[in-house]
Design a protein around this ligand. Structure first.
Ligand code: GLC
Length: 413
């Protein structure tokens, strides 16, 4: 990833926002639960387009407050927002001139929420990015949909009439974008995926393209939903993740992840070189679920004290042991040790650097580092941890060393 991706590699943590007409249904329709991702309800419950479109006449999210959402994003320590400009259902959550099936022209609400988010992002120093479903469009006859046969000619018609003009207006109408988050390329030919990527490159050369543009043409690898790579990856990657098993708002979905679990996922992902794109799904009035707000505030408390161990860090791929209690991140001259278990001490084994000093990152409490050599000539540094850390999600130790590069010797040397 070239220079254009520096801000993204350093940001590490972003907010995904899935919001659309499906929020009105909140996961159920005509007495039936969709059960799956709530934003898929039109497809999963086979709602005919002409019936689904009537939702627009009822969409009036009077509680939507872009500034409050972007301030919460910053409070959580997130550095970018990816907003669903058009999802698979084909409804545009911005003022599209290419299709009147959009939040300004087709709803009583009549406001361009994408523009309101843009202005709030500008005010609060958050990068605005757009999600766009380039292949699936369940409203346009030429749009793709699982289980539906669409002729190549019809799909080209959809690309020319709706998809390309809408991506163009997003790239021309909302200022500099951080990235375009394409999704589910389905069986789009490589030439069409190339057109989607090159449209971004042409209109905004500094704008990134997500891995789901297809045919590995993205600027980074997008993992499966909620899937975290086991090992550090060679290239940049991003893990899109839900808080409660659905991207769109679902009233009955109660399987909320605990904030401490999401902090651990953030650290785990960053320790392997990736970004964490954590989702919120506003409801039909434009409000975020209480559980989402509370979780983001808890994550923010961790990030305020320990963000240095996350932002602009890199993995430590050479640690030779599989450890249960935590993870490592690093920057030149500094190793960050993330301790998730309540342990009296930790050992750095086979470290190729000599610690100069160690301390708790959150408050600078100095820690004692003692060198040890076992009779089997295994060399380690022992760091004692202070008592009374109960309730801390992740105790971050910073170890400063003289060298820029943190390294550990492989076993058996
Ligand atoms: C999947 C879902 C889509 C969601 C996306 C987020 O592609 O189909 O609804 O927006 O994951 O990663």
């Amino acid at each position: 990833m070239e220079e254009r991706g520096t801000w993204w590699r350093e940001a590490k943590f972003g907010m995904f926002i899935h919001w659309g007409l499906y929020a009105l249904l909140a996961g159920s329709y005509a007495g039936r639960e969709s059960g799956g991702n709530a934003e898929w309800i039109m497809h999963d419950l086979h709602i005919p387009p002409e019936e689904y479109r009537t939702l627009a006449g009822r969409f009036d999210p009077v509680d939507f407050d872009a500034d409050a959402i972007v301030r919460l994003c910053r409070e959580a320590g997130m550095r970018y927002i990816v907003f669903t400009a058009k999802h698979h259902d084909g409804f545009a959550m911005y003022h599209s001139r290419a299709s009147r099936y959009n939040i300004v022209d087709a709803t009583p609400f009549g406001r361009d929420v994408a523009m309101e988010l843009k202005r709030a992002c500008d005010r609060h120093g958050v990068r605005l990015c757009f999600y766009y479903s380039q292949a699936q469009d369940w409203d346009h006859p030429g749009g793709l949909e699982e289980g539906k046969t669409v002729s190549p000619q019809a799909f080209q018609g959809y690309l020319e009439q709706k998809c390309l003009p809408q991506v163009r207006e997003l790239l021309e109408g909302y200022g500099p974008l951080g990235l375009v988050w394409y999704d589910t390329p389905m069986d789009m030919p490589r030439a069409d995926c190339l057109r989607m990527r090159d449209l971004v490159r042409t209109l905004q050369p500094d704008c990134l393209v997500s891995g789901r543009v297809g045919h590995e043409l993205g600027d980074y690898m997008t993992t499966g939903d909620d899937f975290i790579p086991l090992l550090a990856c060679d290239g940049p990657f991003e893990v899109p993740a839900t808080m409660n098993g659905t991207w769109g708002y679902a009233a009955g979905r109660r399987r909320w992840k605990r904030p401490e679990a999401m902090v651990r996922d953030l650290v785990r992902i960053v320790s392997r070189g990736g970004n964490y794109l954590l989702n919120v799904g506003p409801d039909a009035r434009g409000s975020l679920p209480r559980e989402s707000v509370e979780a983001l505030r808890a994550i923010g408390r961790f990030m305020r004290l320990n963000g240095e161990s996350i932002y602009a860090t890199r993995p430590v791929p050479t640690y030779p042991y599989d450890i249960e209690w935590g993870y490592f991140t690093a920057r030149p001259g500094k190793l960050y040790i993330h301790v998730f278990e309540d342990m009296p001490e930790i050992y750095l084994i086979n470290m190729g650097n000599t610690p100069l000093r160690a301390y708790l990152l959150a408050d600078g409490t100095p820690l004692t580092v003692v060198e040890r050599e076992t009779c089997e000539h295994v060399h380690s540094w022992r760091i004692a941890l202070p008592e009374g850390r109960a309730g801390e999600i992740d105790t971050v130790i910073c170890v400063e060393v003289a060298e820029a590069e943190i390294r550990f010797e492989p076993l058996g040397k």
